[in-house]
Design a protein around this ligand. Structure first.
Ligand code: G6P
Length: 313
């Protein structure tokens, strides 16, 4: 029998949109829609879905898919003059068949390279020439890695600036049973209080109402501990100093057409981001932003786990 290898396949997804399916030999998988360069599924080797996608998500341009990992570029949120979260999440990306070499060797792993370049229409809104390359890789142990490389290809000598986020929606058993470690004592901007700056207290973060905060200059490692599922997500990031934490809670959930009324209980967005200090690139310069996600079983009972072990281990 032929040796089993990681597989990469392009198939039709919801509404006939193209999606790339990555499969690893031990059974983990991931799916990436070309629409938005958007990861919509990440499953462990037991076939359990680790990302949240709304049952009401609209897989139809120009609406971004509600859930998974939308890419916010060249603007995060309303921090600028462009549409909310920029335009990358509602553009059709292409498969990049000949990407420039990566310093990291992806051989033996399932991965796909996507590329986004501006259309004439985009250039009217954001008058810059760029190449945005996204590599999505599934590691043999089921880890999911996203690497973005954004290059300024302006030939008018102009620099450009942007803000960015991997707007990751994690699937959780029950939001009130979840805690986030790694953001204690940090400064944050509160989107619910006109982006005013506050300092977080010393305890791990738990959830009992709407939250929409941008934690500034965070450590590169953040853990989401799902008490009920006995699962810990570990998020590692590079080139992305900030981390956005969002849960719409009941009222905002009801106000969103593409989100179920009770779905806020089963999701949490922790978004590796560069928001406070925009990235500036001169012509010919390239920026890189990396996100690595892993999901590990945790036999966590309140007070048993040393948070430092999760964050440093
Ligand atoms: O509804 P969307 O445009 O996808 O945005 C969803 C959310 O994204 C981020 O987390 C922002 O901080 C929130 O303010 C926003 O509500």
């Amino acid at each position: 029998m032929a040796e089993e290898k990681p597989a990469v396949e392009v198939v039709k997804g919801v509404n006939g949109l193209d999606k790339v399916v990555l499969r690893e030999v031990r059974g983990s998988s991931a799916e990436v829609y070309l629409y938005g360069g958007h990861v919509t599924s990440w499953k462990n080797d037991h076939g359990e879905e680790l990302l949240f996608v709304s049952s009401k998500a609209i897989f139809k341009p120009p609406k971004a898919i509600r859930g998974g990992i939308p890419i916010c570029f060249p603007q995060f949120g309303s921090h600028g003059t462009l549409e909310q979260h920029g335009f990358a999440r509602n553009k059709l990306w292409s498969i990049d068949t000949d990407p420039p070499p990566f310093p990291v060797n992806s051989s033996g792993k399932a991965f796909v390279d996507l590329i986004l370049k501006p259309s004439e229409e985009d250039a009217k809104l954001w008058p810059h020439s760029y190449e945005f390359r996204l590599r999505v890789t599934l590691g043999p142990g089921g880890d999911l890695m996203l690497t973005s490389r954004i290059r300024n290809t302006n030939n008018d000598g102009k620099a450009f600036s942007f803000t960015f986020a991997y707007h990751t929606y994690f699937s959780v058993s029950d939001i009130s049973e979840v805690r986030v470690e790694g953001l204690e004592t940090l400064d944050y901007l509160d989107n619910l209080q006109e982006k005013e700056r506050f300092t977080e207290q010393g305890d791990a973060i738990t959830f009992e109402s709407e939250v929409d905060k941008i934690y500034l200059s965070t450590p590169s490692k953040i853990a989401i501990i799902d008490h009920e599922k006995k699962r810990t997500f570990v998020l590692r990031k590079d080139g992305l100093p900030d981390a956005v934490v969002w849960n719409p809670w009941d009222k905002k959930a009801k106000a969103m057409a593409d989100f179920g009324d009770d779905e806020y209980k089963h999701m949490l967005c922790i978004e590796a981001a560069a928001v406070e200090k925009p990235i500036t690139l001169k012509p010919g310069e390239e920026w890189k932003g990396r996100l690595e996600l892993s999901a590990v079983p945790s036999s966590y009972c309140s007070g048993q786990l040393d948070p430092q072990k999760v964050l440093q281990g």
